[in-house]
Design a protein around this ligand. Sequence first.
Ligand code: SAH
Length: 254
Amino acid sequence: MTGSLTVVGLGPGNPDQITPEALLAVASATDFFGYFPYIDRLNLRPDQRRHASDNREELARAKAAIDLAARGGKVCVVSGGDPGVFAMAAAVCEAIDEGPAEWRDIDLSIVPGVTAMLAVAAKAGAPLGHDFCAISLSNNLKPWAIIEKRLVAAATAGFVMAFYNPISKARPHQLDEAFEILRANLPGTVPVIFGRAAGRPDEAIRIVPLAEAQGDMADMATCVIVGTTETKLIERTGNRPIVYSPRFLRESVQ
Ligand code: SAH
């Protein structure tokens, strides 16, 4: 039996931001693995089966999905945003890498999606217009000391930074610690964008200078974008400012 495994990104939450390729992949699969809210976003047919699981169970979910595909299933693993950005595509690759040799021959495809930082950036203007990086602030899968090192490196190298997983109930103070590290390495005027639930009905976008940025301005559904000394605000009357990072860099900037 030849099964297939497709890892699909559903975008940030706005149905208009699901790609036609992702919709086609969903229509042609019969078994769906993913975190409950993502599976709930699909309008599955009665012949399509749900295997929803909790957030923390990525590797077990990946293995179960691969196992079903290896036995001939037409399997779809769903992620929010892009599946390759802090999400299920890497978990699936880890499982294949560690798993039985026959898993390597599975018909695997990864369907990209609009990742959170792109959705938030588009709402704010063009803060990712020049060099940028993305950092997950969760220390579930890496030590906090590494995160601190990367924050300093990225800030001093002049990268715009997008923070995923900025805060959680188990880690209420880390975003404030991250802002302290950034304030020691960047001017307080650098714009910080808090993009919450971009593309969803409860979306909220807030822009503050780094000097005023606080951890409690974010929750688990927020992607935080921190600008550089080059990132600019275009002030408007009656509308929030447009934030952008110019495509060029002045020679005086190190
Ligand atoms: N694969 C996802 C990211 C998963 S990590 C993607 O590509 O977007 C989960 C983190 O993504 C959240 O903690 C939050 O930082 C961010 N995120 C996901 N959806 C978001 C949205 N609609 N608006 C803002 N941030 C979002």
